[in-house]
Design a protein around this ligand. Structure first.
Ligand SMILES: *[C@@H]1O[C@H](CO)[C@@H](O)[C@H](O)[C@H]1NC(C)=O
Ligand SMILES: *[C@@H]1O[C@H](CO)[C@@H](O)[C@H](O)[C@H]1NC(C)=O
Length: 350
């Protein structure tokens, strides 16, 4: 009898999800299903056009299975051994990541969060207390615009366990999920690093996300233009130093060299981070998991973060503008006319 290949559901068909599905399909050690929502008809008909520095060029490529939704995937192609979650993580948006994947989670499913940000594992464990949760950081640089996928940095994944104490022998089960995923994902072109300290990796990546993505998004300028206007000393380094202080309060040490690495990572490139690009396209972005959650941790640990709080409030206002433009929130000005502005936020919450 042929051995059963592990079934992997890739949720999120942006640049990271498409490349993940491609890699797993090329390796042929897993049975891959990709959830493709808005582009379903197009992908079903003509697939993706992929230019990847890691995996080469592929025309009209699609994975073994595509599905219109997670529920559809689960019905037709489940039950899954792994869910590789690569969507944006926007807990303040119309639907949480937990609700997105819920229809496909079964007791055998290990959930891999290949996503940005901090504090994203906790709500997963709360919603799926008996599932193995792995935390992954990707350094892939990849976009998917109208089914044209461009990947410009080598595919490297840092993968670690997020200890789920509800599970008996959790460390053993988490390790075997890591080993199995590493086996089906690895090939001669990419690199999966087993990361004993994936939390530290997340804090380090947060340096860039919290300081540069947020500032560029607020002012709608690329990184180099912000730097010409003086951002390095006035905003980027101060914001990063606050991240370093919060991480330290959690026992995670980040070196000054790491700060400098991220300050200079796109010197001279006039690069616009993806968050800034999303805002230009009037798409929601991940303000809660890159600023909201770290600020909550800072408050709990008594760390002062005046710069991050200011960035967070401004960034939330940009998100507010996009939500209103998309009709996700509606402001009835009459409700606010004869009211003290201190209670305005409560009116919106109602
Ligand atoms: C997908 O493509 C196949 C073959 O090209 C076609 O028969 C099928 O109707 C398509 N499915 C959907 C849901 O569009
Ligand atoms: C910040 O920008 C980088 C570079 O474009 C991108 O890889 C990352 O996903 C962005 N993070 C967020 C939270 O938008």
């Amino acid at each position: 009898m042929p051995e059963r290949k592990p079934k992997v559901l890739v949720v999120g068909s942006g640049g990271v999800g498409a490349i993940g599905a491609l890699c797993l399909t090329l390796n042929d050690k897993a049975d891959v299903t990709l959830v493709v929502r808005s582009d379903y008809a197009k992908v079903n008909e003509s697939g993706y056009s992929i230019k990847s520095v890691t995996y080469g060029e592929h025309e009209n490529w699609k994975p073994r299975h595509i599905a219109k939704s997670v529920a559809d995937a689960s019905e037709r192609f489940g039950e899954f051994d792994f869910i590789l979650l690569t969507t944006k993580n926007i807990p303040d948006g119309p639907i949480t990541c937990e609700d997105i994947i819920r229809p496909a989670v079964t007791p055998r499913t290990a959930i891999i969060l290949l996503q940005n940000g901090l504090g994203i594992e906790k709500p997963m464990i709360e919603q799926f207390p008996h599932n193995v949760i792995l935390s992954g950081v990707t350094l892939l640089c990849s976009t998917n615009i109208n089914c044209v996928v461009c990947n410009s940095l080598k595919d490297q994944i840092y993968l670690g366990a997020w200890s789920n104490l509800n599970i008996k022998n959790h460390a053993e089960k988490e390790q075997s999920a890591i080993n199995e995923f590493t086996r089906i994902y690895s090939n001669e072109y990419n690199k999966v690093f087993i990361d004993e300290n994936v939390e530290k990796t997340r804090w380090e990546k947060l340096l860039y996300n919290a300081a540069l993505n947020s500032t560029t998004t607020i002012v709608n300028l690329d990184v180099s233009r912000c730097q010409i206007a003086g951002a390095n000393n006035e905003l980027f380094r101060p914001a990063m130093r606050e991240i370093v202080a919060i991480a330290a309060s959690e026992g995670v040490e980040i070196s000054p060299e790491t700060v400098e690495k991220f300050i200079h990572i796109s010197d001279g490139q006039f690069y616009s981070p993806s968050m800034c690009v999303d805002a230009r396209k009037k798409q929601l972005f991940e303000s809660e998991i890159i600023l909201g959650n770290p600020i909550k941790i800072a408050e709990a640990n008594g760390v002062e973060t005046p710069v991050l709080k200011t960035l967070y409030t401004l960034l939330s206002m940009v998100q507010f503008r996009i939500k209103e433009e998309k009709g996700i929130i509606k402001i009835d000005e009459n409700e606010y006319r004869n009211t003290n502005s201190d209670s305005y936020p409560d009116i919106l919450k109602k």
